[in-house]
Design a protein around this ligand. Structure first.
Ligand SMILES: [Zn+2]
Ligand SMILES: [Zn+2]
Length: 368
């Protein structure tokens, strides 16, 4: 059935987001409709309003949400009404070469579901009946969302929704970079560059992995304070040193793992430079497509350094989302502390402003 829903929409690149009442159609084959309970506000949502992530407008934002299944389409067996689910902005077909070799974030069919559902159509209509695209095949910054089952992960009902939501992007990206991409070993020396929602999660991933040293690097003292609260053993304010990489190296003797959570060539170079011999730098930040990085080639063989990327924390969402929430339930990951502030959907524009001002670890829109 069709449902009216308040939703946060980008009507035009470069304009502030607006809250509209849209129509969300019921599920077709292999789709489910979810009553959204909570949706995190992520920098990538903002990037989609500027064209940095070039999803065409009009676009329903949101890709980091949790909610309850209220209607299932034909052929759906993995979900039933009442299930709690978290959205995955990467569609995982489960059948292609990448999926079957355990790399679902690289799913060969995911590109069909960037701003529409996998079949190229949408279930979201504006006031004039026009199609509204959906961020990452999700569009979950709305009271209801109809998604393909390949974009949904069932999770434990005991986890509060506003915490579960964050696993869909920030937590998975940061913790997964540490667990899955880098495979940080106990006793490692680590550094994290850029302390936003993802950087904080890289820090707590390093804590959970048993790192000995965790150096947080940023230019914002408030964020470095948050980094210490999430387990950073040392902090470096980039404005107070001549060279961030050299400062990290002086402190640690060179790290085993560095995480770049900014998405900028010069910061990638810093993360690579502060490695010790045999170290690995992981690029987590999403840069401008034209951005470039330069490294000293000889250090790859002679120091056995590695420079690698991590997309959504190299997640296997159906396995990793429940696993990460299990670590939260066991008291080994901070999710309550990650939610700095919650907002009513009518205040979504304020939530975006607060994010851009660096006020929140994570701001989350919660629904009635
Ligand atoms: Zn995100
Ligand atoms: Zn696939």
């Amino acid at each position: 059935m069709d449902r009216k829903a308040k939703a946060v929409v980008c009507r035009e690149w470069g304009q502030p987001v607006q809250v509209e009442t849209i129509t969300v159609e019921g599920p077709k084959r292999d789709e489910i409709t979810v009553k959204i309970a909570a949706c995190g506000v992520c920098h990538s949502d903002h990037s989609a309003t500027t064209g940095k992530i070039p999803y065409p407008a009009p676009l329903v934002l949101g890709h980091e949400a949790a909610g309850v299944v209220i209607e299932v389409g034909e052929g759906v067996t993995a979900f039933k009404e009442g299930d709690h689910v978290v959205s995955s902005f990467i569609s995982m077909c489960g059948k292609c070469r990448q999926c079957v070799r355990g790399r679902p974030v690289l799913c060969e069919n995911a590109r069909k579901a960037m701003f529409t559902l996998p079949d190229g159509t949408v279930r979201t209509k504006g006031a004039d009946g026009e199609d509204l695209n959906v961020f990452g095949a999700c569009g979950v910054m709305a009271e209801y969302a109809t998604m393909h089952v390949d974009n949904c992960v069932k999770v434990d009902e005991s986890v509060p929704m506003q915490n579960a939501a964050l696993v869909g992007c920030a937590v998975m990206t940061g913790v997964g970079a540490v667990f899955n991409t880098a495979k940080v070993e106990p006793g490692s020396r680590t550094a994290v560059f850029g302390i936003g929602g993802v950087g904080l999660n890289a820090i707590q991933g390093c804590v959970a992995a048993g790192a000995e040293m965790i150096v947080a690097v940023d230019n914002n003292e408030k964020k470095l304070q948050m980094a210490r609260e999430f387990g950073a053993t040392h902090t470096i304010n980039i404005n107070e040193v001549e060279d961030g990489a050299r400062a990290v190296k002086k402190l640690t003797g060179g790290v085993d793992y560095a995480f770049e959570c900014v998405g900028a060539g010069p910061v990638v170079e810093q993360a690579y430079k502060c490695l010790g011999r045999g170290g690995t730098a992981v690029v987590v930040g999403v840069s401008d497509p034209k951005d470039k990085t330069s490294i000293t080639t000889l250090t790859l063989p002679a120091d056995e350094k590695t420079l690698k990327g991590s997309w959504l924390g190299s997640a296997r969402p159906q396995y990793d989302f429940p696993r990460i929430l299990g670590l939260y339930r066991a008291g080994k990951l901070k999710l309550d502390e990650l939610v700095t502030r919650t907002y009513h959907i009518d205040d979504a524009p304020q939530a975006f402003d607060d994010m851009l001002a660096g006020k929140n670890a994570r701001g989350v829109i919660v629904f009635d």
